[in-house]
Design a protein around this ligand. Structure first.
Ligand code: SF4
Length: 357
Protein backbone atom coordinates (compact mmCIF):
# COMPACT_ATOMS: atom_id res chain seq x y z
CA UNK A 1 0.00 0.00 0.00
CA UNK A 2 1.40 3.42 -0.97
CA UNK A 3 1.89 5.85 1.90
CA UNK A 4 -0.83 8.53 1.92
CA UNK A 5 -0.17 12.18 2.67
CA UNK A 6 -1.24 13.26 6.11
CA UNK A 7 -4.81 14.59 6.03
CA UNK A 8 -7.52 15.07 8.61
CA UNK A 9 -10.25 12.43 8.52
CA UNK A 10 -13.71 13.67 7.51
CA UNK A 11 -16.89 11.64 8.07
CA UNK A 12 -19.34 11.22 5.20
CA UNK A 13 -22.33 9.11 6.16
CA UNK A 14 -20.86 5.86 7.49
CA UNK A 15 -17.53 6.37 5.66
CA UNK A 16 -14.41 8.36 6.49
CA UNK A 17 -12.51 10.27 3.82
CA UNK A 18 -8.84 10.99 4.49
CA UNK A 19 -6.69 10.05 7.47
CA UNK A 20 -5.43 6.50 7.10
CA UNK A 21 -8.51 5.33 5.28
CA UNK A 22 -8.70 3.74 1.87
CA UNK A 23 -9.07 5.92 -1.18
CA UNK A 24 -12.80 5.99 -1.94
CA UNK A 25 -14.40 5.79 -5.37
CA UNK A 26 -17.04 8.30 -6.40
CA UNK A 27 -19.18 8.83 -9.46
CA UNK A 28 -22.01 11.10 -10.48
CA UNK A 29 -25.50 10.28 -11.74
CA UNK A 30 -26.39 11.21 -15.31
CA UNK A 31 -30.14 11.10 -14.62
CA UNK A 32 -32.47 13.99 -13.77
CA UNK A 33 -32.33 13.90 -9.97
CA UNK A 34 -36.09 14.54 -9.72
CA UNK A 35 -36.65 11.26 -11.59
CA UNK A 36 -36.28 9.14 -8.46
CA UNK A 37 -36.81 5.80 -10.19
CA UNK A 38 -34.13 6.36 -12.83
CA UNK A 39 -31.71 7.93 -10.34
CA UNK A 40 -32.05 5.09 -7.82
CA UNK A 41 -31.64 2.50 -10.60
CA UNK A 42 -28.43 4.17 -11.73
CA UNK A 43 -27.09 4.44 -8.17
CA UNK A 44 -27.76 0.75 -7.55
CA UNK A 45 -25.84 -0.14 -10.73
CA UNK A 46 -22.98 2.10 -9.61
CA UNK A 47 -22.93 0.59 -6.14
CA UNK A 48 -22.81 -2.92 -7.59
CA UNK A 49 -19.80 -1.87 -9.70
CA UNK A 50 -17.95 -0.66 -6.59
CA UNK A 51 -18.95 3.00 -6.27
CA UNK A 52 -18.69 4.10 -2.63
CA UNK A 53 -20.19 7.62 -2.76
CA UNK A 54 -22.43 9.06 -5.42
CA UNK A 55 -23.18 12.67 -6.37
CA UNK A 56 -26.35 14.02 -7.89
CA UNK A 57 -27.00 17.46 -9.25
CA UNK A 58 -29.37 19.55 -7.17
CA UNK A 59 -30.24 22.26 -9.63
CA UNK A 60 -33.89 22.92 -8.80
CA UNK A 61 -36.49 22.43 -6.05
CA UNK A 62 -37.73 19.15 -7.55
CA UNK A 63 -34.21 17.71 -7.34
CA UNK A 64 -33.76 18.91 -3.74
CA UNK A 65 -37.15 17.43 -2.80
CA UNK A 66 -36.27 14.08 -4.43
CA UNK A 67 -33.27 13.58 -2.10
CA UNK A 68 -35.51 12.24 0.67
CA UNK A 69 -36.92 9.37 -1.37
CA UNK A 70 -33.60 8.60 -3.12
CA UNK A 71 -31.91 8.32 0.28
CA UNK A 72 -34.61 5.90 1.44
CA UNK A 73 -33.83 3.52 -1.43
CA UNK A 74 -30.00 3.48 -1.48
CA UNK A 75 -27.30 2.58 1.01
CA UNK A 76 -24.16 4.49 -0.11
CA UNK A 77 -23.65 8.13 0.94
CA UNK A 78 -25.28 10.71 -1.34
CA UNK A 79 -23.63 14.00 -2.29
CA UNK A 80 -25.54 17.08 -3.49
CA UNK A 81 -23.90 19.16 -6.20
CA UNK A 82 -25.06 22.73 -5.72
CA UNK A 83 -24.11 25.96 -7.41
CA UNK A 84 -24.94 29.36 -5.90
CA UNK A 85 -28.45 28.71 -4.49
CA UNK A 86 -28.15 28.19 -0.73
CA UNK A 87 -31.87 27.36 -0.41
CA UNK A 88 -31.32 24.19 -2.46
CA UNK A 89 -28.50 23.24 -0.10
CA UNK A 90 -30.76 23.77 2.92
CA UNK A 91 -33.51 21.59 1.42
CA UNK A 92 -31.03 18.85 0.47
CA UNK A 93 -29.59 18.92 4.01
CA UNK A 94 -33.09 18.78 5.54
CA UNK A 95 -33.85 15.79 3.29
CA UNK A 96 -30.87 13.78 4.54
CA UNK A 97 -28.03 14.46 2.10
CA UNK A 98 -24.66 13.16 3.37
CA UNK A 99 -22.32 15.76 1.86
CA UNK A 100 -22.70 19.05 0.01
CA UNK A 101 -20.50 20.20 -2.82
CA UNK A 102 -20.79 23.98 -2.77
CA UNK A 103 -18.33 26.85 -2.83
CA UNK A 104 -19.06 29.17 0.11
CA UNK A 105 -17.57 32.15 -1.73
CA UNK A 106 -20.20 31.76 -4.46
CA UNK A 107 -23.27 31.57 -2.22
CA UNK A 108 -23.66 35.31 -1.77
CA UNK A 109 -24.30 37.27 1.42
CA UNK A 110 -22.77 36.18 4.69
CA UNK A 111 -26.09 35.20 6.31
CA UNK A 112 -26.69 32.67 3.50
CA UNK A 113 -23.28 31.06 4.04
CA UNK A 114 -23.91 30.98 7.78
CA UNK A 115 -27.28 29.27 7.27
CA UNK A 116 -25.69 26.47 5.18
CA UNK A 117 -22.78 26.02 7.59
CA UNK A 118 -25.14 25.94 10.59
CA UNK A 119 -27.32 23.28 8.94
CA UNK A 120 -24.26 21.18 8.02
CA UNK A 121 -22.87 21.47 11.56
CA UNK A 122 -26.16 20.43 13.14
CA UNK A 123 -26.27 17.24 11.08
CA UNK A 124 -22.53 16.49 10.86
CA UNK A 125 -22.46 16.96 7.08
CA UNK A 126 -19.17 17.86 5.35
CA UNK A 127 -18.75 20.39 2.56
CA UNK A 128 -16.66 19.78 -0.54
CA UNK A 129 -15.15 22.91 -2.00
CA UNK A 130 -14.92 22.31 -5.73
CA UNK A 131 -12.34 24.53 -7.39
CA UNK A 132 -12.47 24.34 -11.17
CA UNK A 133 -9.89 25.95 -13.46
CA UNK A 134 -12.70 26.95 -15.80
CA UNK A 135 -14.64 28.95 -13.23
CA UNK A 136 -12.11 30.74 -11.03
CA UNK A 137 -13.22 33.87 -9.17
CA UNK A 138 -12.82 37.17 -10.99
CA UNK A 139 -10.39 38.57 -8.41
CA UNK A 140 -8.05 35.63 -9.10
CA UNK A 141 -8.31 35.93 -12.87
CA UNK A 142 -7.55 39.66 -12.48
CA UNK A 143 -4.53 38.80 -10.35
CA UNK A 144 -3.12 35.88 -12.38
CA UNK A 145 -4.47 36.74 -15.84
CA UNK A 146 -5.57 33.16 -16.57
CA UNK A 147 -6.08 29.90 -14.66
CA UNK A 148 -2.87 28.66 -13.03
CA UNK A 149 -2.16 26.05 -10.32
CA UNK A 150 -1.36 28.91 -7.92
CA UNK A 151 -4.67 30.62 -8.68
CA UNK A 152 -6.52 27.35 -8.11
CA UNK A 153 -4.90 26.79 -4.72
CA UNK A 154 -5.57 30.41 -3.77
CA UNK A 155 -9.21 29.90 -4.71
CA UNK A 156 -9.36 26.81 -2.47
CA UNK A 157 -7.78 28.75 0.41
CA UNK A 158 -10.27 31.60 -0.14
CA UNK A 159 -13.23 29.24 0.27
CA UNK A 160 -11.57 27.31 3.12
CA UNK A 161 -11.00 30.65 4.92
CA UNK A 162 -14.71 31.46 4.79
CA UNK A 163 -15.62 28.11 6.36
CA UNK A 164 -12.86 28.23 8.98
CA UNK A 165 -13.99 31.71 10.02
CA UNK A 166 -17.29 30.09 10.89
CA UNK A 167 -15.42 27.39 12.80
CA UNK A 168 -16.34 24.75 10.20
CA UNK A 169 -13.66 22.17 9.42
CA UNK A 170 -15.42 19.16 7.91
CA UNK A 171 -13.98 20.13 4.56
CA UNK A 172 -12.94 18.18 1.46
CA UNK A 173 -11.38 19.98 -1.50
CA UNK A 174 -11.10 19.29 -5.22
CA UNK A 175 -9.06 21.28 -7.73
CA UNK A 176 -10.16 20.09 -11.14
CA UNK A 177 -8.79 21.11 -14.51
CA UNK A 178 -9.00 19.47 -17.91
CA UNK A 179 -5.32 20.32 -18.40
CA UNK A 180 -3.59 17.36 -16.75
CA UNK A 181 -0.22 18.99 -15.85
CA UNK A 182 -2.12 21.95 -14.34
CA UNK A 183 -4.30 19.65 -12.25
CA UNK A 184 -1.25 17.69 -11.03
CA UNK A 185 0.50 20.89 -9.98
CA UNK A 186 -2.60 22.32 -8.32
CA UNK A 187 -3.24 19.17 -6.28
CA UNK A 188 0.46 18.84 -5.36
CA UNK A 189 0.56 22.46 -4.13
CA UNK A 190 -2.74 22.00 -2.30
CA UNK A 191 -1.45 18.89 -0.50
CA UNK A 192 1.50 20.95 0.73
CA UNK A 193 -0.72 23.90 1.73
CA UNK A 194 -3.47 22.35 3.87
CA UNK A 195 -4.46 19.09 5.55
CA UNK A 196 -8.02 18.72 4.32
CA UNK A 197 -8.57 15.55 2.25
CA UNK A 198 -8.43 15.95 -1.50
CA UNK A 199 -10.99 14.59 -3.94
CA UNK A 200 -9.12 13.92 -7.19
CA UNK A 201 -10.50 14.40 -10.67
CA UNK A 202 -9.58 15.56 -14.15
CA UNK A 203 -12.58 17.45 -15.40
CA UNK A 204 -14.06 17.02 -18.87
CA UNK A 205 -11.46 14.36 -19.58
CA UNK A 206 -13.26 12.84 -22.56
CA UNK A 207 -14.74 9.59 -23.78
CA UNK A 208 -14.28 6.09 -22.37
CA UNK A 209 -10.95 5.41 -24.08
CA UNK A 210 -9.23 8.80 -24.15
CA UNK A 211 -10.77 9.98 -20.89
CA UNK A 212 -9.63 6.88 -19.02
CA UNK A 213 -6.06 7.40 -20.24
CA UNK A 214 -6.12 11.13 -19.47
CA UNK A 215 -7.61 10.68 -16.00
CA UNK A 216 -5.29 7.79 -15.20
CA UNK A 217 -2.24 9.84 -16.19
CA UNK A 218 -3.28 12.73 -13.93
CA UNK A 219 -4.65 10.78 -11.01
CA UNK A 220 -1.87 8.19 -11.24
CA UNK A 221 0.81 10.87 -10.88
CA UNK A 222 -0.93 12.11 -7.73
CA UNK A 223 -1.78 8.74 -6.19
CA UNK A 224 1.86 7.68 -6.66
CA UNK A 225 2.86 10.64 -4.44
CA UNK A 226 0.37 9.60 -1.78
CA UNK A 227 -2.00 12.44 -2.71
CA UNK A 228 -5.75 11.93 -2.86
CA UNK A 229 -8.36 10.50 -0.52
CA UNK A 230 -11.20 10.02 -3.01
CA UNK A 231 -11.28 9.79 -6.80
CA UNK A 232 -13.69 10.27 -9.64
CA UNK A 233 -12.80 9.42 -13.20
CA UNK A 234 -15.06 11.71 -15.25
CA UNK A 235 -16.03 10.15 -18.58
CA UNK A 236 -18.47 10.93 -21.37
CA UNK A 237 -19.81 7.41 -20.88
CA UNK A 238 -22.02 5.27 -18.67
CA UNK A 239 -20.89 6.22 -15.13
CA UNK A 240 -20.44 2.51 -14.34
CA UNK A 241 -17.39 2.77 -16.63
CA UNK A 242 -16.03 5.53 -14.37
CA UNK A 243 -16.20 3.19 -11.40
CA UNK A 244 -14.61 0.31 -13.30
CA UNK A 245 -11.76 2.56 -14.44
CA UNK A 246 -11.26 3.95 -10.91
CA UNK A 247 -11.05 0.44 -9.46
CA UNK A 248 -8.43 -0.54 -12.05
CA UNK A 249 -6.43 2.59 -11.27
CA UNK A 250 -6.48 2.02 -7.52
CA UNK A 251 -5.40 -1.60 -8.04
CA UNK A 252 -2.27 -0.35 -9.83
CA UNK A 253 -1.14 1.40 -6.64
CA UNK A 254 -2.33 -1.23 -4.19
CA UNK A 255 -4.91 1.21 -2.89
CA UNK A 256 -7.94 -1.03 -2.99
CA UNK A 257 -8.46 -4.12 -0.89
CA UNK A 258 -11.78 -5.31 -2.27
CA UNK A 259 -10.97 -5.99 -5.92
CA UNK A 260 -9.60 -8.92 -7.91
CA UNK A 261 -6.76 -8.32 -10.37
CA UNK A 262 -6.27 -9.92 -13.77
CA UNK A 263 -2.80 -10.53 -15.20
CA UNK A 264 -2.92 -11.44 -18.89
CA UNK A 265 -0.26 -11.62 -21.56
CA UNK A 266 -0.35 -9.65 -24.82
CA UNK A 267 0.08 -12.93 -26.77
CA UNK A 268 2.58 -13.65 -29.52
CA UNK A 269 3.31 -16.25 -32.20
CA UNK A 270 3.62 -18.98 -29.56
CA UNK A 271 -0.07 -18.75 -28.75
CA UNK A 272 -2.19 -21.85 -29.40
CA UNK A 273 -5.43 -20.97 -27.57
CA UNK A 274 -8.07 -18.21 -27.96
CA UNK A 275 -6.59 -16.11 -25.18
CA UNK A 276 -8.30 -12.77 -25.91
CA UNK A 277 -11.76 -14.29 -25.45
CA UNK A 278 -10.72 -16.07 -22.26
CA UNK A 279 -9.02 -12.95 -20.81
CA UNK A 280 -12.01 -10.70 -21.55
CA UNK A 281 -14.48 -13.19 -20.10
CA UNK A 282 -12.36 -13.62 -16.97
CA UNK A 283 -12.11 -9.84 -16.61
CA UNK A 284 -15.90 -9.54 -16.71
CA UNK A 285 -16.24 -12.46 -14.30
CA UNK A 286 -13.92 -11.01 -11.65
CA UNK A 287 -15.14 -7.39 -11.99
CA UNK A 288 -17.62 -7.78 -9.16
CA UNK A 289 -15.43 -9.89 -6.87
CA UNK A 290 -14.80 -8.04 -3.62
CA UNK A 291 -11.68 -9.87 -2.41
CA UNK A 292 -8.07 -9.14 -3.47
CA UNK A 293 -7.23 -12.26 -5.47
CA UNK A 294 -4.91 -12.33 -8.49
CA UNK A 295 -5.89 -14.31 -11.57
CA UNK A 296 -3.44 -14.89 -14.41
CA UNK A 297 -4.31 -15.83 -17.97
CA UNK A 298 -1.16 -16.58 -19.97
CA UNK A 299 -0.85 -17.81 -23.50
CA UNK A 300 1.82 -20.46 -23.22
CA UNK A 301 4.16 -22.39 -21.03
CA UNK A 302 7.19 -20.12 -21.70
CA UNK A 303 6.27 -17.39 -19.19
CA UNK A 304 2.95 -18.85 -18.15
CA UNK A 305 3.95 -21.06 -15.23
CA UNK A 306 6.26 -18.37 -13.82
CA UNK A 307 3.56 -15.71 -13.92
CA UNK A 308 0.90 -18.14 -12.76
CA UNK A 309 2.99 -18.82 -9.69
CA UNK A 310 2.65 -15.14 -8.70
CA UNK A 311 -1.11 -15.38 -8.89
CA UNK A 312 -3.64 -17.13 -6.66
CA UNK A 313 -5.06 -18.95 -9.63
CA UNK A 314 -4.12 -19.03 -13.28
CA UNK A 315 -3.89 -20.80 -16.57
CA UNK A 316 -1.10 -21.20 -19.10
CA UNK A 317 -2.15 -22.31 -22.56
CA UNK A 318 -0.74 -25.14 -24.66
CA UNK A 319 -1.86 -26.71 -27.95
CA UNK A 320 -5.58 -27.42 -27.54
CA UNK A 321 -5.37 -27.42 -23.75
CA UNK A 322 -4.15 -25.47 -20.74
CA UNK A 323 -2.50 -25.96 -17.39
CA UNK A 324 -4.34 -24.81 -14.32
CA UNK A 325 -2.21 -23.38 -11.50
CA UNK A 326 -3.30 -22.71 -7.92
CA UNK A 327 -0.92 -20.84 -5.58
CA UNK A 328 1.97 -21.66 -7.91
CA UNK A 329 1.29 -25.40 -8.19
CA UNK A 330 0.02 -27.00 -11.39
CA UNK A 331 -3.15 -28.75 -10.33
CA UNK A 332 -4.31 -30.28 -13.64
CA UNK A 333 -4.40 -30.06 -17.41
CA UNK A 334 -7.72 -29.10 -18.97
CA UNK A 335 -8.92 -29.26 -22.63
CA UNK A 336 -9.19 -25.77 -24.19
CA UNK A 337 -12.98 -25.99 -24.43
CA UNK A 338 -13.23 -26.39 -20.64
CA UNK A 339 -10.48 -23.96 -19.62
CA UNK A 340 -12.76 -21.00 -18.94
CA UNK A 341 -15.39 -22.93 -16.99
CA UNK A 342 -12.75 -24.76 -14.94
CA UNK A 343 -10.93 -21.51 -14.19
CA UNK A 344 -14.20 -19.90 -13.04
CA UNK A 345 -14.89 -22.85 -10.72
CA UNK A 346 -11.43 -22.50 -9.19
CA UNK A 347 -11.91 -18.72 -8.81
CA UNK A 348 -15.17 -19.37 -6.93
CA UNK A 349 -13.40 -21.78 -4.58
CA UNK A 350 -10.64 -19.26 -3.81
CA UNK A 351 -13.12 -16.42 -3.28
CA UNK A 352 -15.13 -18.58 -0.88
CA UNK A 353 -11.92 -19.46 0.97
CA UNK A 354 -11.06 -15.71 1.31
CA UNK A 355 -14.53 -14.91 2.54
CA UNK A 356 -14.36 -17.62 5.21
CA UNK A 357 -10.91 -16.65 6.51
FE1 SF4 B 1 3.77 -15.16 -25.94
FE2 SF4 B 1 3.58 -17.08 -24.12
FE3 SF4 B 1 4.50 -14.64 -23.39
FE4 SF4 B 1 1.93 -14.94 -23.95
S1 SF4 B 1 3.05 -15.92 -22.25
S2 SF4 B 1 3.29 -13.33 -24.72
S3 SF4 B 1 1.99 -16.46 -25.59
S4 SF4 B 1 5.49 -16.10 -24.82
Amino acid sequence: MFLRTDTVPVRVGDLTIGGNNEVLIQSMCTTKTADVKATVAEILRLEEAGCQLVRVTVNNNEAADAIKEIKRQISIPLVADIHFDHRLALTAIKNGIDKVRINPGNIGKRDKVEAVVRACKERGIPIRIGVNAGSLEKHLLDKYGYPTPEAMVESALFHIGILEELDFRDIIVSLKASDVPMAIQAYTKAAASFKYPLHLGITESGTLYSGTIKSSAGLGALLAQGIGSTVRISLSADPVEEVKAARELLKVFGLISNAATLISCPTCGRLDIDLFTIANEVEDYIAKIKVPIKVSVLGCAVNGPGEAREADIGIAGARGEGMLFRYGEMIRKVPEAELLSELKKEIDIIVKHYELT
